[in-house]
Design a protein around this ligand. Structure first.
Ligand code: NZQ
Ligand code: ZN
Length: 389
């Protein structure tokens, strides 16, 4: 393992009834002026907005609102939120939504306490060392943003999508995860969320770090659970047990618990962010396209890990097969799973051609070469993208 320090300060409330019982106390701990950040209206349609407003009003909280956070949240929206926080002297930001809403809230929280343009932090030109407190009510199982410090913001003018954080300040102080709040997530978003949480597991699983047997088994069990559970949630969106398990999988996949001391790869995420930066496609959809093609491209750097995934998670019988054969079968299983749940297969499924491949490849490696399992330069990234067409 690599040496590591682990600190995750998010207070997690999981399950039914927690919002009713604990939200008012958690919010008012930080003050009575709250910025409620939410998306395009799903929380108004499913009743969550009314429920939260009822609880906050009864607790004497003065609520200011930032609605309309976009999927792939935009820097301009972060700027709007920062202005409200400063002008209204906000005590706490409450994000109610999926990863985009929570990420936007993280950007606002950092920006409200940052002297300068917060985009500099995402561009790695500056560091944020503080943030307004933020809390979250999660409505979509996917990113793990409810229990990590990172957030991804798109600058639509420059067509850049970049991650930023200021741990420990950008960890949500608390997060409410009630599976019932994901009952209304549409089929396509459930598919994308599944692809994203699986992708987080893969990013942790493929790495060169020595001696990580427990990490590998923890990750394998999350992958196996997602594969077993996602089809149930897709078949019956109000299956509480399936939604609950998926929610827990998504939190565990990116809260730092299953990958301590592991470097991780993260090339596929960087490549996907370049695709969404230009084409504004859903993150999980992009990952479902990129990951199997990345796997094909890098498999020779460590076929044993792929073979292990195949035998332990997909139950492939190793009898009479070489490591290379097992590795190829494992990749075929990953592809087959994505296909089975109806994830996109090719960039063409989003009407994307080869027009910006060079630019995306160049941008993807602008800070450094990508990946740890296999280091990728611009040409490698361009080739992977061509295979995604
Ligand atoms: O905007 P509303 O109306 O709320 O609708 C949303 C949105 O259209 C809808 N939705 C969410 N909860 C719902 C619901 N619809 C009905 N019922 C509900 N309960 O779903 C759509 C997508 O929401 P979004 O928040 O964009 O999805 P997701 O949670 O997948 O977040 C994606 C964003 O997170 C970033 C991605 O890059 C992308 O920008 N990521 C954040 C990470 C992090 N902070 O750790 C890591 C990830 O790897 C990822 O990069
Ligand atoms: Zn992701």
């Amino acid at each position: 393992m690599n040496p590591f320090r682990f600190h995750n300060p998010t207070v997690l409330y999981y399950g039914k009834g927690q919002i009713e019982q604990h939200l008012a106390a958690e919010v008012t701990r930080y003050g009575k002026r709250v910025l409620l950040v939410y998306g395009g209206g799903s929380i108004k349609r499913n009743g969550l907005y009314d429920k939260v407003m009822g609880i906050l009003t009864e607790a004497g909280v003065q609520v200011f609102e930032l609605p309309g956070v976009e999927p792939n949240p935009r820097l301009t929206t972060v700027y709007r939120g920062i202005q409200i926080c400063r002008y209204e002297q906000i005590d706490l930001i409450l994000a109610v939504g999926g990863g985009s809403v929570i990420d936007c809230a993280k950007g606002i929280a950092m920006g409200a306490k940052f002297d300068g343009d917060i985009w500099d932090v995402y561009q790695r030109k500056a560091k944020a060392n503080d943030a307004l407190p933020l809390g979250a009510i999660l409505t979509l199982s996917a990113t793990g943003s409810e229990m990590n410090a990172g957030g991804v913001i798109t600058n639509w003018e420059t067509k850049e999508k970049l991650g930023g954080s200021a741990p420990p300040h950008t960890f949500p102080r608390f997060s409410f995860c009630d599976p019932e709040n994901t009952f209304t997530v549409p089929r396509d978003q459930t598919v994308y969320g599944t692809c994203d949480m699986l992708a987080h597991c893969f990013e942790h699983y493929f790495h060169p770090t020595h001696n990580t047997p427990l990490q590998q088994r923890l990750i394998e069990s999350v992958i196996a659970t997602i594969i077993e559970t996602a089809p149930k949630a897709l078949e019956n969106p109000t299956d509480y047990d399936a939604r609950e398990t998926l929610m827990y999988c998504s939190t565990m996949a990116l809260n730092g618990m299953i990958n301590m001391g592991v470097e991780g790869d993260w090339a596929c995420h960087a490549i996907e962010h370049e695709i969404s930066a230009i084409y504004d496609i859903p993150h999980g959809g992009g990952l479902a396209i990129v990951f199997p093609n990345w796997m094909d491209y890098v498999v020779d750097a460590g076929p044993e890990r792929f073979a292990q995934l195949g035998t332990r998670v997909f139950g492939i019988d190793p009898a009479g097969k070489s490591v290379d054969e097992l590795a190829r079968e494992a990749i075929a299983e990953v592809r087959a799973f994505f296909r089975r749940i109806g994830a996109p297969q090719r960039l063409a499924d989003y009407g994307i051609g080869d027009e910006h491949i060079e630019r995306m490849a160049e941008q993807a490696v602008r800070f450094r070469k990508l990946g740890s399992f296999k280091k990728l330069d611009k040409e490698d990234v361009a080739e992977i993208l061509r295979r995604c067409l």
